[in-house]
Write a protein of this length. Structure first.
Length: 651
C-alpha cells in the first residue's frame, strides 16, 4: 500500500478508536442514568458519522489518458493484474463508482442507459433497487470481480435518433458518434456502475469515481453538478503522448477548474513514452520538466500541482516488486500529494463536527452532575445549620422550602406557556421547509420552464426554484432566531430565579445551508447561464440538469429538516433535565426536614446519608472527566478551552 493507503488506513483506525471511546462514555452515561433520548440520538448520530465517513477521489479526463490505469496502479496493485479495464481507445463507457457498503453483498450494480429517457436523476434512482441490474460477486472473489468489471465497457448499436433521445449528441463531438454504414452509432449500455467490493481501502471509506471521456460526462448532469464537485479530490489526467489538446482544455474548463471545494491535482501520465535509452537521465528529466511547465501554463496551475507519472510502469513495478521502476514511474510523489490533499482536511472537518456535537452533549450531562452535587452540598449545609435548633426553627425551614417549591411550580406554569409558543414555531418551521412545500416549488418551476420560451426556460425555472428555496431559508432562519431568543430568555429566567445552571442555549445558524444553495446556484449558472442557442437534444439535457438541481436541493432540505429537529430537541433537553433534578432536590430537602421534625430519623443520620451521596456524585464526576478526557485526547484538542466538562466547582 502506498502513501494514500497508509494515510487512509490510519484515518480509519483513528475513527474506530474515537468511536470506541465515545461508546464507552455512553455506556457509562447510561449506567449513571444520565442518558436521555436526546443524548442517545446524538451519540448515535456521531457514531454513524464516524462509521459512514467517506473520502471520494474522482478521476476526470478525456478518453484514453490513463484514468483507469492510474486507479489500478494506485489502488489495486496487489491484485497482480488489472482490475479496472484499461485499453487503447475508449474503454470505460460509463461512470463507475468503487466503494464498499457493508450492508450489501459484494456486487456490481449497473443502471441501464434507457433510464436517461425519463428525467429521473441518478440520486433518486440510487434508492430504487429495481432500476439496477446486479451482478453478485460471491465472497468478493477478485477473479469474478475482474470479469464483472467488463460490463463498464459494454456498448450497444442504436440509430442516431435513439442516441439523440438518450442525450448522446454533443457539440464539439470528436467523431465518437459517427454513424457506420448502416447509420448506427455506438452508445454505452449502462448509465452508471456501482462496484461494491470489500477492498481494504474501500472498507475504510474510500470511494473512487472513474469517469469515461467527455461525451458521457457532458450528458450526465449528476456528474458535473454533484459527483465531481462533491469529491474530496479531483485528479485531472493528461497524457504526455498527446500533450494538451483542445478537448482536454474543454474538460478541464467545464468540469474541473470550476470545482473549488475539492483539491485539484493535474497528472501528466505516460511519461514512459519520453524514456529513451539513447538519452541520459538529465535530458529526459529536462524534457519532462518542459512538458510539465507547458501543462501548468495551459491549465493556469503552479507547476508543483502537475505530477508527471507513468501509471502503466508504476503498476508493472508494483506487480513485479521492482523498486527502481516504481521510483522512475514517479507514482509515489503523486500519491504523497493526493494523500496530503485528502486525509488531513477531511479529518479536520470531522474533528470539528464531532467536537462540537460531543461537547454540547457531554456539557449537558456535566452540568447536571455539577447541579446534583451543588444541591447536595447546599442541603448538607442546611441540615448542619439545624443542629441544636428547636422545632420552631425547623418548622420555619420547612415552610421556606415549601415556598420555594411553590415559586418553582409557578415558574413551570410559565414554562408551559413558552413551550406552546415553542411548538407552534417548530410546526411553522417544518411546514416552511417540509417536503410538500418543496414539491410545490419544483412543480411551479417546471411550469415556468414549460410556459416560457425555450432558451430562457431553464433559467426561469431554475431561478424560480432557487429563489423559492432562499425565501424558505430566510423564513426558517427568522423563526429559528425567535426560538433562540425565547430559549435564551427561558434559560436566563430559570438560572436567575431558581439557581439552575443552564448557561446559554445553542443557537441555530442557517449559514451552511445558504452557502450550499449559493454553491448550487453558482454551478448551474456556470454550466447553463450562457447558453443561448437551444437544440432539442440540448433541451432534453437541460431538463435532466434541472431535475438534478432539484434533487440536490431536496437533499439539502432533508438535511436541514434533520438538523433543525435535532437542534430543537437539544435546546429543550438541558432545561427539562435540570427541572427534574431541581424538583427531586426540593422534595428531598423537604423530606429531610420533615423527618427530623417527626423524629423519624436523626439529623446526623440524614447528614451522613447526604455525604455518602455527595461522595458518589464526586466519584461519578471524576469518571466522567476521565472518559471525556480520553475522547478529547483522541480528537487532539488544540488547547483545552476552559475546564473539563464535569469538573467540580468549588463549593
Ligand atoms: N505507455 C503508457 N501507456 C499507458 C499509461 N497509462 C495508460 N496507458 C495506456 O493508455 C490506454 C488508455 O488507458 P485507460 O486507463 O484505458 O485510459 P482511460 O483514461 O481510463 O480511458 P477511457 O476509459 O476510455 O476514458 C491503455 O492502452 C493503457 O495501457 C502509461 O503510463 N504509459
Ligand atoms: Mg477508463
Amino acid at each position: 500500500m502506498g502513501a494514500i493507503g497508509e494515510q487512509i488506513a490510519a484515518y480509519g483506525g483513528w475513527r474506530g478508536e474515537l468511536a470506541d471511546a465515545i461508546r464507552r462514555y455512553f455506556l457509562w452515561l447510561d449506567d449513571v442514568e444520565l442518558a436521555d433520548d436526546v443524548a442517545r440520538a446524538r451519540i448515535e448520530a456521531i457514531l454513524a458519522r464516524l462509521g459512514n465517513e467517506r473520502i471520494t477521489v474522482a478521476f476526470v479526463a478525456e478518453f484514453s489518458r490513463g484514468k483507469s490505469e492510474l486507479i489500478n496502479a494506485i489502488f489495486f496493485p496487489d491484485h497482480g493484474q488489472r482490475v479496472v479495464p484499461s485499453s487503447a481507445g475508449r474503454t470505460t463507457m460509463c461512470p463507475t463508482e468503487l466503494r464498499y457498503d457493508r450492508d450489501r453483498p459484494p456486487s456490481i450494480r449497473l443502471l441501464p442507459v434507457e433510464t436517461r429517457i425519463d428525467d429521473t436523476p441518478l440520486a433518486d434512482l440510487r434508492d430504487e433497487p429495481d432500476a439496477w441490474t446486479e451482478i453478485v460477486l460471491p465472497h468478493g472473489d477478485p477473479i469474478r470481480l475482474r470479469q464483472a468489471f467488463g460490463a463498464v465497457q459494454e456498448i450497444d448499436l442504436v440509430s442516431v435518433e435513439r442516441a439523440r433521445q438518450l442525450g448522446f449528441v454533443q457539440e464539439g463531438d470528436d467523431g465518437f458518434l459517427q454513424p457506420d454504414a448502416d447509420g448506427m452509432v455506438q452508445v454505452p449500455r449502462w448509465r452508471h456502475a456501482i462496484v461494491n467490493y470489500p477492498h481494504p481501502l474501500l472498507e475504510m471509506g474510500l470511494v473512487i469515481i472513474d469517469t469515461p471521456g467527455l461525451n458521457a460526462i457532458g450528458a450526465e448532469p449528476e456528474l458535473t453538478l454533484s459527483m465531481i464537485p462533491k469529491a474530496d479530490a479531483v485528479l485531472f489526467v493528461l497524457a504526455a503522448d498527446t500533450g494538451v489538446t483542445r478537448s482536454d482544455i474543454e474538460v478541464w474548463r467545464r468540469h474541473v477548474s470550476p470545482v473549488q471545494r475539492s483539491g485539484r491535482i493535474a497528472v501528466l501520465n505516460k511519461i514512459d513514452g519520453l524514456w529513451d535509452e539513447l538519452k541520459d537521465d538529465a535530458s529526459i528529466d529536462a524534457e519532462i520538466d518542459r512538458q510539465v511547465a507547458s501543462v501548468a501554463a495551459a491549465l493556469e496551475l503552479p507547476a508543483g500541482m502537475v505530477f508527471p507519472v507513468s501509471a502503466q510502469k508504476g503498476l508493472v513495478a508494483r506487480v513485479q516488486g521492482d523498486r527502481g521502476l516504481l521510483a522512475r514511474s514517479r507514482l509515489p510523489a503523486l500519491e504523497q500529494a493526493l494523500s496530503g490533499e485528502l486525509v488531513p482536511r477531511q479529518r479536520e472537518i470531522l474533528v470539528e463536527h464531532v467536537r462540537r456535537e460531543f461537547d454540547e452533549m457531554s456539557g449537558v450531562a456535566g452540568s447536571l452532575l455539577s447541579a446534583r452535587r451543588r444541591n447536595l452540598v447546599e442541603q448538607i449545609f442546611e441540615l448542619n445549620a439545624l443542629r441544636g435548633k428547636n422545632r420552631d426553627v425547623m418548622g420555619h425551614m420547612a415552610a421556606r422550602i415549601r415556598g420555594e417549591r411553590e415559586d418553582f411550580e409557578k415558574g413551570l406554569r410559565h414554562l408551559q406557556g413558552l413551550r406552546s409558543v415553542f411548538s407552534r414555531h417548530s410546526r411553522t418551521i417544518f411546514a416552511t421547509i417540509g417536503a410538500d412545500a418543496l414539491r410545490q416549488h419544483v412543480r411551479n418551476a417546471r411550469e415556468d420552464m414549460r410556459t416560457s420560451n425555450f432558451s430562457g426556460g431553464l433559467r426561469t425555472g431554475m431561478d424560480s426554484l432557487i429563489g423559492a428555496a432562499r425565501v424558505d431559508f430566510g423564513e426558517t432562519g427568522r423563526l429559528a432566531g425567535e426560538v433562540g431568543t425565547l430559549m435564551s430568555a427561558m434559560y436566563k429566567s430559570f438560572s436567575a430565579q431558581h439557581g439552575l445552571s443552564l448557561g446559554s442555549p445553542i443557537l441555530f445558524s442557517m449559514k451552511r445551508y445558504v452557502a450550499e444553495l449559493d454553491r448550487i446556484e453558482a454551478l448551474q449558472r456556470r454550466h447553463f447561464g450562457a447558453i443561448s442557442l437551444v437544440t432539442t437534444e440540448k433541451w432534453a439535457l437541460m431538463r435532466r440538469f434541472f431535475e438534478s438541481v432539484a434533487s440536490r436541493i431536496k437533499a439539502l432540505y432533508e438535511k436541514l429538516n434533520r438538523d433543525i429537529q435535532a437542534w430543537l430537541r437539544a435546546v429543550m433537553a438541558p432545561i427539562e433535565g435540570q427541572i427534574r433534578e431541581h424538583q427531586d432536590q426540593l422534595k428531598r430537602r423537604l423530606d429531610a426536614v420533615r423527618r427530623v421534625i417527626d423524629a423519624n430519623g436523626s439529623l446526623d443520620e440524614r447528614i451522613e446519608a447526604l455525604e455518602r451521596m455527595r461522595a458518589e456524585v464526586e466519584q461519578c464526576t471524576a469518571v466522567a472527566d476521565e472518559l471525556v478526557g480520553q475522547i478529547r485526547a483522541t480528537l487532539g484538542h488544540p488547547e483545552q478551552p476552559g475546564r473539563p466538562v464535569g469538573q467540580l466547582e468549588t463549593a
